[in-house]
Design a protein around this ligand. Structure first.
Ligand code: ARG
Ligand code: ZN
Ligand code: CA
Length: 266
């Protein structure tokens, strides 16, 4: 199998009973804007690709992938790929993982499940793939929780009049980042505040720790003369992220073509 990789996506909006387009029950337009961000970011068609630090342009990568909202339900009925369910709670945390996802779930062998809700302890989180690659675990993982959860305040990139996007996370990059994890990428600094931590990727500079906010100029640290804080797998604000590297793309393709509940999406 080779590209273009077409990924069927189902978005489960777990809301509090608001009308469609109000509060946590985000609009179809907001969800469509999220899909556009994913397609732009992964293919490096994002407008701010031109803002990538010139020092890193040569290692920037693009992936021949297309995220499409599902057109058929698991039962074969027509759908727009968006499921709306009134949930039992007004907010959720990552410890609600299984109960949240059991409110609405489509087989993760065939769909990339994205749950959008009022999650309060993270902007989002994803389930890593089963894989032999370094930095991943090949023991069996739960199919029923596979996919990603993102906050309704960080989903999509348009202001549709519902004014609910967090100003630091209003460009849809939370889902870009979480799908990076879903395809096997680790945080660029290696989750350890030392140069021993690694993301198992050679063309991202070794980085001591996470970068937050939006640095206005080049950063050096103890591990490298220039930190790649514009990488989607760092912790900068949405407005400052704009690239994956070629080797990150290679690793995601290896996962997509070989891992359970990834290869079967294709
Ligand atoms: N904190 C989340 C994670 O570790 C997501 C970070 C996303 N960053 C962003 N600028 N949207 O997976
Ligand atoms: Zn992360
Ligand atoms: Ca690296």
């Amino acid at each position: 199998k080779s590209g273009p990789y077409k990924i069927p996506v189902v978005v489960h909006v777990i809301h509090r009973g608001e009308a469609v387009g109000a509060g946590t029950n985000i609009s179809d337009a907001q969800i469509l804007s999220q899909l556009k961000v994913l397609n732009d970011d992964y293919r490096r068609q994002n407008e701010d690709a031109s803002s990538t630090d010139p020092a890193f342009v040569s290692v920037a990568g693009s992936m021949d992938i297309q995220f499409v909202l599902a057109k058929r339900t698991p039962e074969g009925f027509a759908t727009n790929g968006i499921v709306r369910v009134k949930g039992p709670k007004s907010s959720y945390t990552s410890s609600d993982n299984y109960t949240l996802k059991s409110l609405s779930y489509w087989p993760s062998e065939n769909y990339l499940n994205i749950w959008v809700c009022n999650i309060t302890d993270y902007l989002g989180y994803a389930q890593f793939p089963q894989s032999d690659l370094p930095g991943l675990d090949n023991s069996s993982s739960n199919a029923l929780t596979d996919g990603l959860v993102i906050s309704y305040e960080a989903c999509g990139s348009i202001d549709d009049g519902n004014f609910n996007l967090d100003p630091d996370y209003n460009k849809g990059r939370t889902a870009t980042h979480e799908i990076g994890h879903f395809f096997g990428l680790r945080h660029i600094w290696g989750d350890e505040n030392a140069c021993t931590g690694t993301d198992y990727i050679d063309d991202t500079p070794n980085q001591a720790s996470q970068t937050t906010y939006c640095p206005q100029s080049s950063i050096s640290d103890a591990c490298s003369p220039k930190v790649m804080f514009q990488n989607f797998m760092d912790y900068t604000d949405d407005a400052c992220m704009n690239l994956f590297t070629a080797q990150q793309v290679q690793r995601m393709i290896a996962v997509l073509e070989n891992s359970p509940r990834r290869a079967t999406l294709l």
